[in-house]
Write a protein that binds this ligand. Structure first.
Ligand code: COA
Length: 254
């Protein structure tokens, strides 16, 4: 069964994360499906916008923790990297439509989008530190750049959830939109973008994303440290605690 659907309609590719019973937690196959859908977008007018959204009651609970738990013995996970690189290097504008929760990579990926709309009740969280992990996919570079060091430190060093209002105030969101309005708001932005001349649209995005090299360097640096973190006793304790629905043992989380 595929937990990601993608559809091109009226020059817009919509990617829907649809693994509702697991809060849209992302597995390797799901990352690959999203990467494939984005890579299939060609430099022409067939697709001028991408929308990323989640089915059910949330955007995504982030990386599947069972995958994390297995990863220490098989550190290279090309599917996640393929998706994040596809997103970071995507030539057309990307809109994220967010509701419920956006955990871990679910918040990290927003830093690589061009428009982010979220409902007022959305909770964002970058819980890496509470899993014995570190930031990933250039968030340790992009977040301070967007929100300032002080906010980035709070979000990344405490790993506590923050509200849509906070996310908006510190530059992560285009707008906070009521649940009943969000489809219309996103549809309106899609329509406006599709009506723009393709060359200008893509070049404007390319000019705005001028620091690709820095982003790649940061991703590589984070990647090495992330893989090291995955194998630590603290991370293994955090994964085991989540998967067995028990509290973390502080003695093993140092
Ligand atoms: N990986 C694997 N399974 C996950 C998951 C994840 N990231 N997030 C949720 N699930 C599963 C739960 O284990 C549960 O499975 P079960 O029904 O077989 O027991 C199911 O999804 C529903 O989740 P539940 O925790 O019961 O829902 P909730 O509404 O109480 O809480 C969250 C939702 C997202 C707050 C909570 O599930 C959570 O904190 N998930 C972990 C998020 C995380 O740390 N992700 C990694 C980021 S780096």
């Amino acid at each position: 069964m595929s937990y990601v659907t993608s559809e091109v309609k009226n020059q817009c590719l919509t990617i829907m994360i649809d693994r509702v019973d697991k809060k849209n937690a992302l597995t390797r196959d799901m990352y690959q499906a999203m990467a494939d859908a984005i890579f299939a977008v060609k430099d022409d007018t067939a697709t001028k916008v991408i929308v990323l959204k989640g089915a059910g009651d949330c955007f995504t609970a982030g990386n599947d923790i069972s995958d994390f738990a297995e990863q220490k013995d098989n550190a290279h996970v090309p599917e996640t990297a393929a998706f994040m690189r596809a997103l970071a290097e995507c030539k057309v504008p990307v809109i994220a439509q967010v509701h419920g929760v956006a955990v871990g990579i679910g918040t990290t990926l927003l830093l690589h989008c061009d428009f982010v709309y979220a409902t007022p009740d959305t909770k964002f969280v970058l819980p890496f530190i509470n899993l014995g992990l570190v930031p990933e996919y250039a968030s340790s570079y992009l977040l301070p750049k967007i929100s300032g060091h002080i906010k980035a430190a709070e979000w990344l060093m405490l790993g506590e959830p923050f509200s849509a209002q906070d996310a908006y105030q510190f530059g992560l969101l285009t707008k906070v939109v009521e649940q009943q309005e969000i489809d219309n708001t996103v549809a309106s932005t899609i329509k406006k973008l599709v009506e723009k001349p393709t060359f200008s649209l893509m070049q404007t995005k390319a000019l705005l994303k001028g620091d690709d090299e820095r982003i790649t360097l940061q991703m590589n640096e984070e990647f090495d440290i992330f893989l090291e973190a995955l194998g630590t006793p603290a991370a293994q304790e955090a994964f085991d605690a989540f998967l067995n629905k028990r509290p973390i043992n502080p003695e093993k989380f140092k």
